[in-house]
Design a protein around this ligand. Sequence first.
Ligand SMILES: O=C(O)CCC(=O)C(=O)O
Length: 286
Amino acid sequence: MTPVRSVTQEEVDTFWRDGVVCLRGIIEPARVLAMAGPLSAMLDTPELANLTAMGDALAASGNSVLRDAEANTKKGRFVAGVDHWISHEEFADFALRSCLPIVAATILQSSKVNLWEDSVLAKEPGTAEQTAWHQDLPYFHVEGKNVCTMWCPLDHVTQDSGAVKFVKSSHLWPDVYRPNFFVSNMSIPGSPGEDVPDIDAMSAEGSCEILTFETQPGDVTIHHARTIHGAGANTSDRWRRAISLRYCGDNVVYQERPGTPLKAHHVNFVAGAPLHTDDCPAVQRS
Ligand SMILES: O=C(O)CCC(=O)C(=O)O
C-alpha cells in the first residue's frame, strides 16, 4: 500500500537532525482507525500488561512511580503489549502490508526494513501514569544506526492526553542508557551503563530541548531508537491509544542486551548476524 503522500527530503533530514519527525497525514486515517476493533478486543485480556498495576506493585515495594499528582485519584489504566503481529492477522497486516514499513525504509534511507516488534500503548481517560524518559535501543537486542519507532495514534492526542515528548537530537548523544520500568525511573537490574539522566531538570535549566506534537489519526511520529522520549499522564476524558512499530533498516545486526529478555520467537538469534527474516519479517523498499 502506498502512503497518502510522499515523504519529503526535509522530513528525512529532520529525522536525522532532531532524532524525530512528525509525518502529518501520511497514512489514511481509516487504515489506522481500522485497528481500533482489534485493539479493543485485547484490552481486558492477558495480551496486554497493566502497567498501572505494575506501578502499584513498584510503589508498594518502595520505588518511585511517575504519576501525575492531579490525576492520581483517577482510575484509568495504562496498558501495553508487544508482538501482536504474531497471532493477529490485522496487526501483521498493519505492520507489514500497510504503507508504514516503506515509509520507515524511506526515512531510514534503507533498501528494506525488518520488523522488530509492534506494541500497543493505551492510556484510558484519567490515567495518572507518565511514561518514563527512555531510549528504545536498550530494550532491543540489536546494534546499528538504522533503527526506529513509528508511533501511530488512534485518537486525537494532546499534551493533556499523553502526547509523546522527545529530547531533540538526543540520538546523537554518545550513551545507550539503562532501560527502566516505563512507569518508574528505576533501571532494570542487570542492565549495563548509566541511568537515563534527569531530563526534566536538564530541560528546566535549558540544557536540552523537548519536542512534542499534537497528533490526529493519520499522523505518525517516527523517532530514532537512541532518541530519549517519554510521555505525560492522560488527564483528559479521552482515550490515548497508539500502536508503535519498531523497524530495523540496513546494516542492523543482533546484539544481546543484558537485563532485557530475548524474545522466545527469535529462535535464529546469532549475535553479530543480520536479522533473520523468519523472526523479523522483511519488507523491501524496491
Ligand atoms: O506511548 C507511550 O506512552 C510511550 C511510547 C514509546 O515509548 C514508544 O513507542 O517507544
